[in-house]
Structure formats: C-alpha cells, structure tokens
Design a protein around this ligand. Structure first.
Ligand SMILES: [Zn+2]
Length: 479
C-alpha cells in the first residue's frame, strides 16, 4: 500500500595521478599530510588550475552513460564548515554541471529496465578526520582528489533495483577506465535517498543513508529504511527529513539534513568556465565502444554465457547460477580441468556447494579440492558409493578435506553390489512376508517399496538401489 522512491548519489574517484586543481599526487595510505600544497590547503593568494586528465575522465563517464555533455560548465563553491575542509568551501559544480541526463540499463529479476541519470558533475574530495583516543587529527592528503558525482533520477522503487543500478554503474565506470573502483579504498561511495508515500499522494520526507560501501548493504539498508518509514507512518508518526547511517543491521539517525540553500553556492571566481573542446571529446570517445557501454557489457555477458553453456553442455538455469557467482564458477571450471564431467560437477556445485554458501559458509574456507570432488563422483560412477553415501563423504571433504576413497573406507561406506549376496537376502525377506507378497500379487505395486525398505534396513542402507529394486521385482514375480 506504500510505494518507495529511491534516488542514488555516487561519488566516484577518478583514476588520475594528481589532484583536481594542483599537482599533488593522489595516494592511498601515505603518511598524513605528506601530499599537500598551498593550493589544496586553500592558502590565500593561490590559484587552482583544472586537471585536464580529470576533465577527460569526467567527459568519458558522461559519454559512457549516454549523458548530454555540456561544452561549457561552471565550477562553483559549496560553502560549509567542517574540520576536514581546509578552504571552508568545496569546489564543485552546481547550476551548470558537466553533463545532464543519461540512462543506465540493468537487469532486475531477469527483466531489462532503464533508469535515468539526472546529472554528472566534477568536484574535489575533502580531507579526512582521523579519530585518535584523545584527539582528532586531520589528514589533507585526500583534499582535492578528483571526483565525479553521479545523481540518479528518483525512478528506482525497490532495493533490488538500486543494487542492480549500482553494480552496473560501477562496472561501466571501471570498464571505461574512469575509476579504479576499489570499494574498500572509497573509490566508489554511495548515498541513497529514500521516501515512502501512498500511491496518488505526494512523496514523503526524504531520508538520506550515507556512505554505505557495499552494494548488498545498500539494498539491505534501503529495505530496512522502507520498513521503518512504513511502520512509522502506519502508527500515525511522521518521517523526519534527516541523514541516517547504516549500522550493520539497522539505520540510525546521524544528523538533520541541511537544505541545499544552506551551502550558498556561487561560481568560483578563481576558475574560468570549463570548456570541453572537440579534441578532448574525441579522445574520451576513442576509449569507448560505438554503443552505450552498459548495453555492450550485457551483450558481452550474453556471448560469454552462451559459450560457457555450450562448452559445458549446461542448461540455461544451471549456467546462469554458475555465472552469477564468480568464485563458484572458478571452482566449477577447476573441477572440469581436473577431469570432471561438466554436467555432473554442475549438479554437485548447484546442489551441495551452493546450499552451504546460502547457509552462510564460504567457499574460500572450504577444504574440498576440485580433484577430490571429481574423485568422489568417480566412486558413484563405478558403483562404490550411492548418491546418499557420497553426500556424507562430501560433508567431510568440505569441512576437513582429504581423499574420498580413504574417507569412504574409514567410515565403512560401500554399496553392496554383489548380485548373489543380495539375491539371497531378497529371497529370504520375500519368504518371510507372505501377506505383503499376496498384496503385491493382488495388484498393489507399492509393495515393492515395502520390500526395498526391508532390503535397505538389512544392509544398513548400503544396497545398490537399482540392483536391489530389480532383484525384488524378480523375486516377487517368481513366488
Ligand atoms: Zn596540492
């Protein structure tokens, strides 16, 4: 009965060697304040000069996202006070950004959807506050690092759509060489806005969830926040416009959001309007394929998917499952290299392996080797183990590793495949149950199951099921 409206803002670090308005190097993890100069520290009398490489990467991002590039854009000062902002303002773009519009195509639940992009603008990063035990310091190495901010249209409705949008945006920008896209290092940071309203009514107050650094967590945070707002409205409360942060299982209020008017934007008098000439456009375009990069990536995925499916003779669903999990796919391919049959290996992996992963276990921590899984399947094929015995052995291989044949022997797992031994056993059981034989002869086929149960019980579950069932039917017909 409520509908959610989600908008995304991503801050993407451009892959340049120097900062946006000075020659300081962009570094990860250098000692604090070792890559600073009067320009990025905002000393009076210094003049910023725009980094051509950063502009080119911004242009490339705009082209890759099918945005309308503006040949002239304007840098603006965004004023706010924060200890990690040395100038007391951030150089960004406001009324005249680098690019506007654009679309990103994503697949959500097997369906292709297009979501709009509002704008792309260039801006500089702030420094970092470093919290010690008794003092807080500031590190300005990051101050002035080139970013683009990409704002989505508020067209997303579901957390899953937001997650798919972010994953595709990240892929496009990494593929285009715009960013290195390392999430751990903060190269791709995302804020999500979300509000809920009843269909036909005005949109609700917007809550912003700040800096969630994993796509899955963005989806979780949004799902939590949508539920929280719905419950609040349902119980007669009001949603306050505020900034909240994701705390692992829930969102928590961090501050009441300032409106954009508080920033007192105005064009930066030290920087001329940014002009993008034809040569720069050509250069940015030359790094991209002729069609929109998201569609190009999807076409490449489909081609690779087809080749993968054909190579291993898999059906669409199985291939799709394996391709969705890159580490699972790598393990599958290793079993095939180790001599496994693609179809049989895929059954193990989409069954036993994925079940454990879905229960929260990690394939990287599992002790089973691809060779062991191939050997285990070999024990089924040569009749040594039944499938259910093999699943037991698999459990031990997963947790402790080892060699399947040795594990099966140690646990006394071996199918009874001896024709004569089983034949005598079956005859004996049939002879001891004349009433059930009568019912079988009266046409009750289900009695075969009764005798199979007896055979399995007598052998401790070790009888080869196919052989046992054939012998039971033979014996019943002969009585
Ligand atoms: Zn500098």
């Amino acid at each position: 009965m409520y509908q959610a409206v989600i908008g995304l803002e991503c801050h993407v670090q451009l892959d340049t060697s120097s900062k946006l308005f000075c020659r300081c190097r962009v570094t990860d993890g250098a000692p604090a304040n070792t890559h600073v100069c009067p320009v990025c520290l905002g000393h009076p009398g210094t003049l910023p000069v725009a980094n051509a490489r950063a502009v080119e990467l911004g242009v490339r991002a705009a082209l890759a996202l099918s945005s309308t590039l503006h040949r002239i854009s304007v840098f603006a000062r965004k004023q706010y006070f924060y200890p990690d902002l040395p100038k007391g303002y951030q150089i960004s773009q406001y009324e005249e950004p680098l690019a506007t519009g654009g679309r990103l195509h994503v697949e959500v639940d097997g369906e292709r959807r297009a979501f709009g992009i509002t704008r792309i603008h260039l801006e500089e990063d702030s420094g970092k506050s470093v919290h010690g035990e008794r003092v807080t310091g500031v590190d300005f190495n990051r101050a002035g690092t080139p970013l683009i901010e990409i704002v989505s249209e508020p067209e997303l409705r579901k957390p899953r759509e937001a997650e798919a949008f972010l994953r595709m945006l990240h892929r496009v920008l990494v593929e285009a060489g715009v960013t290195r896209g390392d999430l751990e290092k903060g190269h791709f940071r995302c804020d999500a806005n979300v509000s809920v309203h009843r269909p036909g009514e005005p949109w609700g107050a917007k809550v912003e969830i700040k800096n969630v650094n994993s796509f899955r967590y963005v989806a979780r945070a949004l799902a939590f926040e949508i539920g929280r707002q719905e419950r609040l409205l349902e119980s007669g409360g009001t949603v306050v416009q505020e900034t909240r942060s994701w705390r692992g299982a829930r969102t928590a209020s961090s501050r009441v959001k300032e409106g954009s008017a508080d920033y007192r934007y105005f064009p930066d008098p030290d920087l001329p309007p940014l002009q993008v000439d034809e040569a720069l456009c050509q250069q940015a375009r030359s790094a991209l394929p002729g069609i929109p990069l998201d569609l190009w990536l999807q076409a490449r995925d489909a081609r690779e998917g087809d080749a993968f499916r054909e190579r291993h003779q898999l059906d669409d669903d199985t291939a799709g499952v394996l391709l969705r999990h890159s580490e699972v796919r790598a393990f599958f391919e290793a079993t095939v290299v180790a001599g496994g049959d693609g179809v049989q290996m895929a059954k193990w992996i989409t069954g036993e392996v994925l079940r454990r992963i879905n229960e929260g276990e990690d394939l990287a921590d599992a002790r089973i080797s691809p060779e062991a899984l191939v050997a285990l399947e070999g024990l089924i094929q040569d009749g040594t183990l039944s499938r259910s015995m093999a699943r037991d052995v698999f459990g031990e291989l997963w947790t402790h590793g080892g060699e399947p044949r040795a594990i099966a022997e140690r646990r006394g797992l071996r199918q009874v495949t001896d024709d004569w031994l089983l034949r005598d056993l079956v005859r004996d059981i049939v002879a001891r149950h004349p009433r059930q034989v009568e019912r079988y002869r009266a046409g009750n086929e289900r009695m075969v199951g009764f005798f199979m149960g007896k055979v399995m019980k007598a052998t401790g579950g070790r009888a080869d099921p196919a052989l046992a069932s054939r012998l039971v039917v033979e014996a019943l017909r002969r009585v």
